[in-house]
Design a protein around this ligand. Structure first.
Ligand SMILES: C[S@@+](CC[C@H](N)C(=O)[O-])C[C@H]1O[C@@H](n2cnc3c(N)ncnc32)[C@H](O)[C@@H]1O
Length: 223
């Protein structure tokens, strides 16, 4: 990869999509950046300090955390890009009508329109040169990224909050994380016992300290 500004983004877009997916795109939805813990200070500290040229947001929703990461790269002059991994179908809590998380996204004939909302948000924020969408399951995306040799300095795990899923995502994306990189997870909190259990087990399994900047859990991969 060359050192031209935007070169990391262009290379990733080419590797993943073969062409720039934003060509001719016009936003269809008004901006809606509703999210959870999307602008946490841990992101600022890591991007300012470690200056990762590739970040992966695993669990994107409407794009609030992805957009924050891309904005931070811009603010700190990092030539880099954020890969946005999500099925854009929502998690179990977004479908469970008794959970309090239902009804947050528009649907068309029963299909969530999260991807359109996300893409509109990216375009309205002018970040089409920073964010590479990867609309896939976390497992398929990890397999693809591993296979094509993508590695990242910062990975945010915020997809499913079920114990087995969080542990699986942490393990899969640990292999994609560069030595010296940071794995950051969301929702280390009593309301999400599966996340707490998985984060504790994962750090113990890797023999690394589990740092907490509530409600984020953070693991630093040895250099
Ligand atoms: C809590 S939201 C992400 C919030 C986002 N980081 C923010 O700042 O607003 C979780 C997201 O994970 C996605 N998700 C859940 N399970 C997934 C899976 N197995 N593969 C891909 N995406 C998944 C859902 O579609 C949902 O958009």
């Amino acid at each position: 990869m060359s050192d031209q500004p935007g070169s990391i983004f262009s290379a990733l877009m080419r590797q993943i999509h073969g062409a720039n997916i934003y060509a001719g795109y016009m936003p269809t939805f008004p901006e809606d950046l509703q999210g959870w813990n999307s602008t946490h200070q841990a992101f600022d500290e890591i991007i300012r300090g470690a200056r990762p040229s590739v970040a992966i947001d695993v669990g994107v929703w409407k794009g609030a955390s992805t957009i924050y990461l891309a904005d931070l790269m811009k603010r700190y002059g990092v030539d880099g890009a954020v890969i946005a991994v999500d099925t854009f179908l929502g998690s179990v809590e977004h479908w469970d009508r008794n959970s309090g998380f239902a009804g947050l996204i528009p649907h068309r004939f029963g299909m969530p329109l999260l991807y359109e909302q996300f893409l509109s948000n990216v375009a309205r924020r002018g970040l089409q040169d920073r964010i590479v969408p990867l609309p896939q399951t976390t497992t398929t995306a990890a397999t693809l990224l591993s296979r094509i040799g993508v590695r990242a300095g910062l990975i945010h795990i915020d997809a499913s909050h079920e114990f087995e899923d969080v542990l699986r995502d942490a393990r899969l994306y640990w292999d994609i994380l560069l030595p010296g990189g940071f794995l950051v997870g969301d929702d280390y909190a009593p309301d999400w016992p599966g996340v707490v259990q998985a984060a504790d087990m994962f750090a113990a399994e890797k023999g690394v300290p589990l740092m907490k900047s509530m409600p984020k859990w953070i693991v630093h991969k040895p250099a």
